[in-house]
Write a protein that binds this ligand. Structure first.
Ligand SMILES: Nc1ncnc2c1ncn2[C@@H]1O[C@H](COP(=O)(O)OP(=O)(O)OP(=O)(O)O)[C@@H](O)[C@H]1O
Ligand SMILES: [Mg+2]
Length: 288
């Protein structure tokens, strides 16, 4: 039997914070394979370790023990600089807080990581830029600064920025956490579309069952362990025939705003880590 190409995998992953009375076991032994070209949702209650897992998989945080490999590269052997370069070249990030640079236009924000990486003259980049911007419905907004865009539009700019470098894997931590239900549905549909039309691998952390319905696979975490892993059932594909951007089940577009408002603020402030330099911060979509 041939196994699918893996975008990322983890073995025996543990992550502990603090010591003594303050010791927290955020991950307690996670084994996970993320096949390429699929949309995986990581779900679980607040504090279950979703963001920690994502950060370890993305090379933003080091596990206490265990191994991670992304696009065939084992991360544990890489030093800080090599890891920074690896993330810049192979990993895309979308965060709840958009993390756009306010003084730059939408187009400048989208192009900045490629420019910083010296890849803005790469053959095919212009074409990929046009395709992504068109797919994400941003063509008429390219000269606007973030303050002149809605939340949904800002998140679409952040997604375009992450997609432009064709990362081996795109990680999104609560990408719809700051959005209203209509913008959430749009953003989720676009992530789904990027999987189907660009062959993108997407891993999304979410609290929202409605958001997870856009995914192909759902991984459930509880108390630092994977308790369930399921594939979306074939019959859940939208009967509308527009499987590229419809939720995997009929009612996924209706996000429960009341429920969203009860979420804890914890996920907005992901576990702290210091960007190593400005380029790292921009590539990862973080504030400078
Ligand atoms: N930098 C840190 N220092 C100490 N403890 C931390 C740190 N980051 C996370 N934790 C703890 O690790 C556990 C898992 O946190 P994590 O942020 O991964 O949860 P989560 O599932 O993403 O939660 P949420 O849905 O609220 O975002 C929690 O108990 C949290 O308090
Ligand atoms: Mg979180």
């Amino acid at each position: 039997m041939t196994s699918p190409t893996l975008a990322a995998s983890a073995r025996g992953l543990t992550k502990s914070y603090g010591r003594g009375d303050t010791l927290v076991h955020a991950l307690r032994g996670v084994d996970l394979d993320l096949p390429a070209g699929r949309f995986t949702a990581i779900m679980g209650p607040s504090g279950s370790g979703k963001s920690t897992l994502m950060h370890c998989l993305a090379g933003l945080d080091q596990p206490t023990s265990g191994t991670v490999s992304v696009a065939g590269q084992a991360l544990e052997g890489l030093g800080d600089d090599a890891l920074t370069r690896f993330r810049r070249d192979h990993v895309g990030f979308v965060f709840q807080a958009f993390n756009l640079l306010p003084m730059l236009s939408a187009e400048q924000n989208i192009r900045l990581p490629a420019e910083l990486a010296g890849r803005d003259r790469d053959p095919g980049l212009r074409e990929r830029f046009d395709r992504i911007v068109d797919t994400l419905g941003l063509t008429a907004r390219l000269t606007h600064r973030p303050a002149e865009l809605s939340g949904g539009q800002q998140q679409r700019v952040a997604i375009a920025r992450a997609l432009l470098s064709a990362p081996a894997i795109l990680f999104a931590d609560e990408p719809t956490g700051n959005l209203d239900s209509t913008s959430s549905a749009e953003v989720l549909a676009l992530l789904r579309q990027s999987v189907r039309e660009l062959g993108q691998t997407v891993v999304m952390v979410t609290h929202e069952i409605e958001a997870a319905r856009y995914a192909d696979d759902v991984v459930v975490l509880a108390d630092g362990r994977i308790t369930e892993r399921r594939e979306a059932a074939a019959e859940e594909v939208s009967p509308l025939g527009d499987a590229c951007c419809a939720p995997r089940s009929a009612h996924a577009g209706s996000v429960d705003v009341d429920r969203r408002s009860t979420r804890t603020p914890h996920s907005a402030a992901s576990p702290a880590y210091a960007p190593r330099d400005a380029r790292d911060a921009v590539t990862e979509g973080r504030d400078l």
